[in-house]
Design a protein around this ligand. Structure first.
Ligand code: HSE
Length: 405
């Protein structure tokens, strides 16, 4: 354990950066000090009062400062984040990062740099805000009995769905509110189109199964096209619509992953996960299901996860990536059947998507829907044609009934 004060170089002073500043101030035992803050515009007025002399616009002022022994990176721009994290690691400076878009794209390279340069990169805050999902997957579930990690990984879209579904707010109002509360990404389409959940799922899978799958290989469908007709349908059936990300072992040799809205029945843990909360269900061979619940977005919840990684560095903690090093990794497959609900008006979904079985079909004045079985590979292939504003898809988790949570 390190006894002297940890000197932090902070990159980014937005919602999360300011939260870190506050959380470090609240923690009496952190014994850590921010010695520099790199931002695009040091002169911008900020709600949280930090000494003006700490601010710089030059990454080199932090990366070249020999006093800095930990870089904390919480900037918005994935490209700039990659550059900073890579440069810090190559210099042997450990990093705590919250940038899921960057990590999901560059983890294999960043894992290799950590190994080659014997330096640590921690990123629990990147996935599920305050829920310590990465470190738990890495340390507690460090065996091959894990079958599935499934959950609500994005606070903003969950907030929107809760407001629309439970409080009958309009979609636009709910989105504006998620932005005002600091939950949404600066480009909220990442939240509502499912990409934020996707990036988190990619990172989670590295620690759940030891396998990396590039984001573009994973079927991702969001909530932006949800319509009153879908909400009415879900209410009639007594279910909620949630944006769910999942990685599932479908056999000893294979696993699958996807992100899409899902009809969730009241008996499921994630049914009660509302507002900006996230919920992660972990299923294993010997313990059936475990459930982690907590705030998934927002300044202080995310900053608390960063604080946990900062404290872990006091004890020289690092991820060992044990599963990818020592376990037989399953292979990724999209060769599985899903049962889906597809609502459409202009785009003739039954002629776009090859259903292996149609179970129900409805044609109405306002819209139509079809419920049927379709291969995940088919959804992935046809993804560009499913982007019409008149189409909404939801998973009906029939095919995972024995694993359904
Ligand atoms: N925009 C993200 C969310 C922030 O809403 O979950 C936390 O990663």
């Amino acid at each position: 354990m390190r006894m002297d004060k940890l000197k932090i170089g902070l990159f980014g002073f937005g919602v999360v950066g300011q939260g870190i500043f506050q959380v470090l101030g609240k923690s009496k035992n952190a014994n850590a000090e921010i010695v520099g803050i790199c931002v695009r515009n040091p002169d911008k007025p900020r709600a949280v009062a930090a000494d003006r002399s700490l601010f710089t616009a030059s990454p080199d002022a932090i990366l070249g400062n020999p006093e800095v022994d930990l870089v904390v990176e919480v900037i918005d721009d994935a490209r700039a984040s990659y550059d900073i994290v890579r440069r810090a690691l190559l210099k042997g400076i450990p990093v705590v990062s919250g940038n899921k878009a960057m990590l999901a794209r560059h983890l294999p390279e960043l894992i290799e740099i950590q190994r080659q340069h014997d330096v640590a990169l921690l990123y629990d805050a990147s996935s599920c805000g305050s829920i310590p999902v990465i470190r738990n997957l890495e340390e507690y579930y460090d065996n091959d009995l894990l079958l599935e990690v499934k959950g609500i990984l994005n606070g903003s879209s969950n907030y929107i769905l809760s407001r629309v579904f439970d409080h009958r707010d309009s979609y636009a109002e709910a989105l504006a509110q998620a932005q005002a509360l600091g939950f949404a990404e600066s480009d909220p389409s990442f939240d509502i189109e499912g990409y934020d959940s996707l990036f988190k799922l990619v990172i989670i899978t590295v620690h759940a199964l030891g396998a990396y799958v590039a984001p573009e290989r994973i079927f991702t469908y969001g909530i932006s096209t949800i319509h009153d007709a879908d909400i009415r349908y879900a209410r009639e059936k007594g279910v909620k619509i949630k944006l769910v990300a999942q990685v599932v072992k479908v056999s000893d040799e294979h696993f699958t992953m996807f992100v899409m809205p899902e009809f969730v029945t009241p008996s499921k843990y994630i049914y009660s996960v509302d507002d900006e909360y996230n919920g992660v269900v972990i299923r294993g061979e010997c313990y059936d299901r475990q459930f982690m619940f907590g705030k998934g977005a927002g300044s202080l919840p995310t900053a608390s996860s960063i604080l946990s990684d900062i404290m872990a560095r006091r004890h020289d903690y690092r991820y060992e990536y044990k599963k990818s090093k020592f376990m037989q990794k399953p292979d990724y497959t999209t060769d599985i059947t899903l049962r889906i609900y597809a609502r459409y008006t202009m785009t003739d979904i039954p002629s776009v998507l090859r259903f292996t079985k149609i179970r129900e079909q409805y044609a109405g004045e306002e819209s139509n829907y079809v419920i049927g079985d379709v291969q995940l590979s088919e959804l992935l292939e046809k993804r560009p044609q499913l982007s019409g504003a008149d189409v909404f898809l939801a998973n009906i988790p029939q095919f995972f009934l024995d694993r359904d949570n």
